[in-house]
Ligand binder design. Structure first.
Ligand code: NAG
Ligand code: NAG
Ligand code: NAG
Ligand code: NAG
Ligand code: NAG
Ligand code: NAG
Length: 232
């Protein structure tokens, strides 16, 4: 794919609402004409991580994640998995697609508007599932099995989630062409965990390049009363 095509894709993404500012911003010390604008393909080696791949290719973690439409950049890579390598950028983005704990952040006791279950994926821990759903780990532990919140949980399990009652979300299908769930979540007022939970079969490794994957996105999740209780 040529850069012009990629820019078009970014523009399309912008139109459909998922912006990618970093590709366009430039620093004075960076010479754009010296960048490697080739979009390459890469086969992941055993135990390779996206951080390692970012370093050896000099591409931003989030730039890689977005071009490959990863639900979350932190889902472990598979050996021999084929990845697209984005063009080099003067502003490589290693951070804005990540769901991380910020000191002083507050978390909720329940999920607003559903869904009621989360389907675990490779690399999940209870702490990370809670973070993705903007829940306290205590709230998640009230409905999920497991005492050690940092132990990796087996992939492919349903985990029950505490629900806020009364609350609601609206759900709508979109064609996911570029970005990560974090980009979508921040825009629609839902969490990465909610989008994962309503799309348990989404697997970017099996979606063809150029064709969007259709996912369902929860949005406008809110309380619908003033006396909120946690139900499960
Ligand atoms: C440019 O990037 C592509 C894709 O990662 C890579 O295959 C190629 O070797 C790079 N070219 C140079 C000159 O580094
Ligand atoms: C990958 O990680 C596993 C588990 O830590 C280890 O047994 C294996 O030797 C590693 N493989 C390579 C190629 O580093
Ligand atoms: C972040 O991106 C830059 C530029 O691609 C890369 O050189 C660097 O190693 C990355 N950082 C991490 C922690 O992967
Ligand atoms: C997470 O939950 C807290 C407490 O309900 C709330 O103040 C905050 O806005 C939520 N953050 C997100 C990203 O949903
Ligand atoms: C996604 O697809 C890859 C390759 O087809 C497969 O190895 C992996 O197990 C799948 N992941 C999930 C969560 O289904
Ligand atoms: C709030 O809802 C709970 C559960 O439905 C009920 O037991 C409680 O009386 C309600 N409190 C108020 C102030 O309405």
């Amino acid at each position: 794919m040529k850069l012009s095509t990629l820019l078009q894709c970014s523009l399309l993404s912008l139109v459909s609402g998922f912006s990618h500012e970093n590709l366009h911003r430039r620093t004075s010390s960076c010479d754009p004409s010296a960048l490697n604008t080739t979009v390459g393909t890469y086969y992941v080696k055993e135990n390779e991580t996206i951080s390692g791949l970012s370093r050896i290719t000099n591409r931003g973690i989030c730039d890689i994640a977005r071009l490959n439409r990863m639900a979350d950049a932190m889902i472990p890579l598979y050996t021999d998995q084929k990845l697209l390598i984005p063009p080099e950028s003067c502003q490589p983005d290693n951070s804005t697609c990540l769901t991380v704990h910020h000191p002083g952040a507050t978390y909720a006791d329940c999920v607003k508007g559903g869904p009621h279950t989360y389907y675990t994926i490779k690399g999940d821990t209870l702490r990370y599932i809670a973070l993705k759903l903007n829940l306290t780990t205590e709230a998640l532990q009230s409905t999920a099995q497991g005492d050690n919140v940092d132990a990796e949980v087996e992939a492919g399990q349903f985990v029950k989630l505490p629900q806020c009652s009364p609350s609601t979300c609206s759900f709508h299908p979109i064609t996911f062409t570029y970005g990560t769930y974090k980009d979508i979540a921040d825009k629609v007022g839902a969490t990465v965990g909610q989008i994962m939970a309503v799309n348990p079969t989404y697997n970017y490794t099996s979606v063809a390049k150029g064709e969007g994957a259709v996912i369902t996105v929860p949005g406008s999740c809110e309380y619908t009363g003033s006396n909120i209780t946690v139900i499960s």
